[in-house]
Design a protein around this ligand. Structure first.
Ligand code: CTP
Ligand code: MG
Length: 231
């Protein structure tokens, strides 16, 4: 039986957040950090056999984190997100056929239904993997480097990729090794291997905290979510 493993890259510096320390340690709910919220929500779902977090080699914050259960911490972050995930996979050393769900530490609002839809996709169809994504609702312009519109893209084919993104351990490891850190998500690495990847509906609230303004949206959602008990 292949296991479901959750791998959370949390080794970024959070440059765009501009708070002077990595955004995953921002106190999101009282003193509970973004990383603790992300991990604990997922731990409370009991949908994974193992949870692992990749932090940077010189991380001095992780030891102050309190998680609801067992979490493997790997201080092997790389220069890029793809390198962090690859290093985490090597450290984790899962069985080749285990399913690895990669989820950004910076997405603390993931809901149970989305994870269950992902699991159902990989269990019900012969595919190499699946990712959460949302259809694009704005009109999409292809713009030249001088800022002039060149054309409009048919948005019916456009989706915004979220996480988790789930693939078999061995295939993901091979694809990331070849991609050499240049890709911004796991699916991009797997696409170069012609993998069959299913798009699964995510949630509008599963945003990646990137800029300071994102904090308020995420906080409001999480405070309401505790009342709704939807995790
Ligand atoms: N990440 C990582 N290792 C890196 C870069 C990013 O593990 N070298 C992680 C981040 O910690 C985050 C996720 O990948 O959980 C998504 O990355 P992003 O939102 O871009 O975070 P940062 O790279 O930290 O932010 P920025 O790009 O603004 O510096
Ligand atoms: Mg980044």
């Amino acid at each position: 039986m292949s296991k479901s493993i959750l791998l959370i890259p949390a080794a970024g510096v959070g440059e765009r957040m501009k708070i002077g320390y990595p955004k995953q340690y921002f106190p999101l709910l009282d003193s509970t950090s973004m990383l603790e919220v992300t991990v604990n929500r997922l731990q409370d779902m009991y949908l994974f056999d193992q949870i692992a977090v990749v932090v940077s080699r010189n991380d001095s914050y992780i030891k102050q984190c309190h998680f609801h259960g067992d979490v493997c911490i790997f201080p092997c972050g790389g220069e890029t997100r793809a390198e962090s995930v690859l290093n985490g996979l090597v450290a984790l050393n899962p069985d080749d056929n285990d399913w690895v769900f990669v989820h950004d530490a910076a997405r603390p609002c993931l809901d149970r239904d989305s994870v269950e839809r992902l699991k159902e996709a990989i269990e019900s169809e012969a595919i190499d993997g699946a990712i959460l994504a949302m259809p694009v609702t704005d009109t999409i312009k292809w713009v030249s480097s001088s800022g002039l519109i060149e054309k409009t893209i048919d948005r019916s084919h456009c989706y915004r990729a979220q996480t988790p993104q789930v693939f078999r351990a061995a295939a993901l490891r091979a694809a990331l090794s070849q991609a050499k850190g240049t890709v911004t998500d796991e699916a991009s690495a797997m696409e170069t291997q012609n993998a069959k990847i299913r798009i699964v509906e995510g949630s509008a609230f599963n945003i990646k905290v990137t800029y300071p303004d994102d904090i308020e949206i995420v906080r409001n959602y999480l405070l309401n979510s505790v009342q709704r008990k939807d995790y």
